[in-house]
Write a protein that binds this ligand. Structure first.
Ligand code: HEC
Length: 423
């Protein structure tokens, strides 16, 4: 088909009615603009004007409108087989869904652009949203010229594609706001084994050198800017999976090549260098932390290796069998209620009660202090790990903590604890 043929084919689709033609051309131009947007205004990983972020933050709220409308369309179409009025409503709802989708995409773009967020998930979510808006437009065009022909037959197919795109895009968005393990965290174990994304979820192996030594350093110093909610430089450091994925300039950890690993380079630059990490004058990593990162990278930067030569892990050796704790089955109901609440939680280490519990305050760190810790005393014999990072727990809690006799790991980053009395 030559150039003329192509023009003729396109012509066939362009409606002759002037109003319809204007709509058609408008739709094509808008779609083109949306596709080119990421090229024209590049997501550069930098933060931009506050007002852009302010407006952009309405995206997570606004997106529910098009989702609701899109889901309604196939229902109305099917209902239309029995009641023709519903079919008429479908075209109106579809039009509305289309307009709202374009608006939502723009808000989402402002959010990503304003906050300097350029992770791979952000990009996937963005392209999903753009595809969705354009897909809806195509649906609208196909449907409005409901002549018995190609376009009429294309409409149901397009609609199904739009629904799948919606599902996928929503999943990417969910991953952005809740982290990649959100859906699978409470998945029943047999299902979880089938889950192909398991490794991608970045499950943290707390017995590996990475889990014990590297992750805590990054969690305490870097994740506030390189995590799920904020992904500066396109880099997330909140799990092994993301760490190895790298940032906007590629890999940040190159196994066995310390000098070539940007993570090492950035954390060892002179503090007055503007690329020095942690950024914005946050306290630098301590020499012993840097030494651990260096040794870990030199020896292969593996997720599993339990130890790294030349680095002594304080406390318990990993070969020593872990002491079983008592059986907390009698308290299961109370623990379950807590897990469903908004507050601090006790999470079982495994299905075996003798493996103990992990006290997690991540959802309630702001309101968790000494008094709240006291309330957990009755669980003290069963707790093997306590995450009190970023809570307001103070030195006064050491007495309570000393009752947690099976405690193997205690996180106190970002608390007012001074360290005096830690022994
Ligand atoms: C206060 C926020 C903040 C903290 C904390 C922070 N960073 Fe960054 N980081 C940034 C910003 C902003 C960028 C992008 C600009 C740049 O490249 O300098 C960035 C970029 C990077 C990059 C380059 C990514 C790429 O692909 O270009 C690396 C590597 C990095 N950070 C490592 C770290 C490490 C390791 C820590 C913790 C020890 C850390 N950062 C803590 C804000 C932060």
């Amino acid at each position: 088909m030559g150039w003329n043929g192509a023009v003729r084919t396109i012509r066939k689709f362009v409606p002759t009615n002037p109003v319809r033609r204007a709509l058609w051309i408008g739709a094509t131009v808008t779609s083109g603009a949306l596709v080119l947007l990421p090229e024209v205004i590049k997501l550069d990983g930098r933060r931009h004007a506050d007002w852009v972020q302010f407006v952009g933050r309405f995206h997570p709220l606004a997106l529910h409108i098009p989702i609701g409308l899109i889901v309604l369309v196939p229902l109305l179409e099917i209902g239309g087989a029995f009641r023709p009025a519903l079919r008429e409503a479908a075209s109106f709802v579809l039009g509305l869904a289309c307009v709202c989708s374009f608006g939502t995409v723009l808000l989402g773009y402002m959010l990503a652009y304003g906050s300097g967020d350029i992770g791979t998930t952000v990009r996937r979510h963005m392209w999903g949203g753009i595809a969705l808006a354009i897909g809806l437009l195509l649906c609208l065009l196909a449907r409005s010229s409901m002549t018995p022909g190609v376009t009429a037959r294309a409409y149901p197919v397009l609609l199904v594609c739009v629904l799948f795109t919606l599902l996928w895009t929503a999943h990417q968005g969910g991953t952005l706001t809740h982290g990649s393990g959100y859906l699978t965290q409470y998945m029943p174990a047999p299902l979880r084994r089938l889950n192909p994304f398991q490794t991608a979820a970045g499950i943290r192996d707390s017995n590996s050198f990475y889990g014990k030594e590297i992750h805590p350093i990054l969690d305490a110093n870097c994740v506030s800017c390189h995590g799920a909610s904020k992904t500066e430089g396109g880099l997330r450091l909140d799990s092994y999976y993301w760490l190895m994925k790298g940032g906007k300039d590629g890999a940040v950890v190159v196994p066995r090549n310390v000098q070539g690993s940007m993570l090492f380079e950035r954390t060892t630059l002179p503090r007055d260098n503007k690329h020095s990490m942690p950024a914005e004058g946050r306290p630098p990593l301590r020499p012993d932390e840097i030494a651990r990162i260096r040794a870990w990278i030199e020896q292969g930067a593996s997720a599993e290796t339990p130890s790294v030569a030349g680095v002594a892990i304080e406390g318990q050796s990993i070969d020593e069998p872990i002491q079983p704790v008592g059986d907390y089955s009698a308290l299961t109901q109370e623990i379950g209620e807590m897990a469903r609440s908004q507050g601090p939680k006790l999470l079982p280490v495994s299905a075996k009660p003798s493996d103990g519990l992990i006290l997690s305050t991540v959802d309630a760190s702001a309101s968790f202090g000494d008094a709240q810790l006291v309330q957990f005393q009755k669980f003290a014999p069963y707790v093997v790990e306590a995450d009190l990072a970023r809570t307001s727990v103070t030195d006064a809690s050491f007495e309570t903590i000393s009752k947690f006799m099976h405690l193997r790991a205690l996180h106190l980053e970002g608390t007012p604890v001074t360290g005096r009395g830690l022994a």
